[in-house]
Design a protein around this ligand. Structure first.
Ligand code: FAD
Length: 389
């Protein structure tokens, strides 16, 4: 279990100060440019440096490496603010960098790996991605085929990955591959820190998506990529266990993004129904509208309460996989359900792209799929619930 964040206690004022910093950052560095980034389907590389300068990347990095050693709750707050403001694509990109890739360096990196990567991941000098999924191995990660074979003092990496968030801009890829092809199931998988400029490391096309338009998502190809022996992260052939422990944090991240994104959508819907008129009264005056808003607000609040509990457990190192899966399952399903309900209250305008609720609907859909689909979350929860006591 990650030790990240167990050393530093933040006050309510610290959190508020951070919220203000993010709000200013969004106003100055995101809002004026986001539409163009969606058209480009990628952020300019300098945007990552700006995130780093503002102190919004990899904030859990230990003080020994120049970091803030912040608790997970602060990282979650960053994802929360971008999501609530309607920039779910930016939140997911930060999540991939700070909550998916960086923890492998913090938790499993050698001293040299930490000194080399962490300062650069904090400053935005390096962008990171986590590459687990393969064309024939998504939910079933155990069947991955990419491999690394030891040749003298080097690992030789071959294979491919798909759907990798930040893959186009990444300088560092944390990659899961088979290191013992004779081992079955979860055995024989290891993690590596791979510099993306090494010979044989190729980036594929930027995949065109339903939503999350400014966030790049790509395929990666490894053709005899030679890695130094010390590129290994953590235990040889222990990679599956490492992935399962780190997925807890990723699922918590998806959960807060779901909740905050829905809160933002609901706020804008309340404003809309208070303005819009039909049959001589405001849409808000229909009983159906009051009931729908009441149902949706309750849905959000209940999920937030469960998230807060999970986040506190995580900071104490006590959040287990099944409970994190419950948070991810419940909040991402709630997000799609509620945002669909919000869109309905916008009528035809909800279907028009210039209304942010339309983009929110498109962006939300992936949350039930990545970081483990809803069906896989149910498997994890069900297995634990039915396990012999
Ligand atoms: C925009 C985007 C960003 C992503 N970012 C990343 C990233 O940064 N890094 C990364 O490694 N991956 C990433 N992914 C991959 C993502 O995690 C996978 O797509 C996801 O885990 C599902 O795998 P799959 O697509 O292969 O679907 P499949 O595994 O083929 O699933 C197909 C269907 O079968 C169901 N299913 C599968 N197994 C079972 C089962 N045992 N019981 C019941 N139903 C089952 C699934 O729930 C789903 O409905 C991303 C994907 C997208 C689209």
């Amino acid at each position: 279990m990650s030790k990240v964040g167990t050393f530093m206690q933040l006050t309510e004022e610290d959190f508020q100060g951070f919220r203000d910093t993010i709000a200013r950052f969004i106003e100055q560095e995101v809002a004026p440019y986001h539409e163009q980034w969606m058209k480009d389907e990628i952020y300019p590389r300098e945007f990552w440096n700006k995130l780093g300068e503002a102190g919004l990347l990899s904030v859990q990095t230990p003080e020994a490496y120049g970091g803030m050693e912040a608790p997970a709750s602060l990282n979650m707050l960053i994802l929360e603010e971008f999501s609530r403001a309607g920039y779910l694509d930016i939140a997911v990109s930060i999540c991939a960098h700070s909550d998916l890739a960086t923890p492998y360096i913090v938790d499993f990196g050698t001293e040299e790996q930490k000194q080399h990567y962490l300062p650069k991941l904090m400053s935005g000098e390096m962008v990171a991605c986590l590459a687990m999924t393969e064309p024939d191995a998504g939910s079933d990660l155990q069947s991955m085929r990419s491999s690394a074979v030891l040749d003298g003092d080097e690992w030789v990496l071959n294979g491919s990955k798909i759907f990798i968030s930040n893959g186009i801009l990444a300088d560092l890829a944390v990659v899961a591959v088979k290191t013992d092809t004779s081992a079955s199931g979860a055995k024989g998988i290891s993690m590596f820190a791979v510099d993306t400029n090494l010979p044989g490391f190729k980036k594929g096309r930027n995949l065109e998506k339903m939503g999350m338009h400014a966030a790049d998502t790509t395929e990666l190809f490894f053709e005899d990529v030679r890695l130094p022996k010390d590129a290994l992260l953590g235990t040889l052939n222990g990679g599956f266990g490492h992935m399962m422990s780190e997925l807890v944090r990723e699922r918590l991240g998806v959960s807060i993004m779901s909740i905050a994104h829905t809160e933002g959508a609901l706020e804008s819907t309340i404003d809309y129904v208070n303005e819009r008129k039909a049959f001589g009264k405001h849409v808000a005056d229909f009983q159906n509208t009051r009931f729908r808003i009441a149902e949706m607000q309750t849905d959000v609040e209940v999920n937030r309460a469960f998230f807060e509990k999970c986040c506190a457990l995580y900071d104490e190192g006590k959040l287990d996989a099944a409970t994190a899966a419950m948070a991810k399952l419940s909040s991402s399903e709630m997000q799609c359900r509620v945002i669909d309900g919000c869109l309905q209250l916008f009528g035809g305008y909800g279907y028009i792209m210039e209304y942010p609720i339309c983009r929110a609907y498109q962006d939300a859909r992936i949350q039930r799929i990545y970081a483990g689909t809803s069906e896989i979350m149910k498997e994890i929860i069900g297995r634990k619930a039915l396990a012999p006591k």
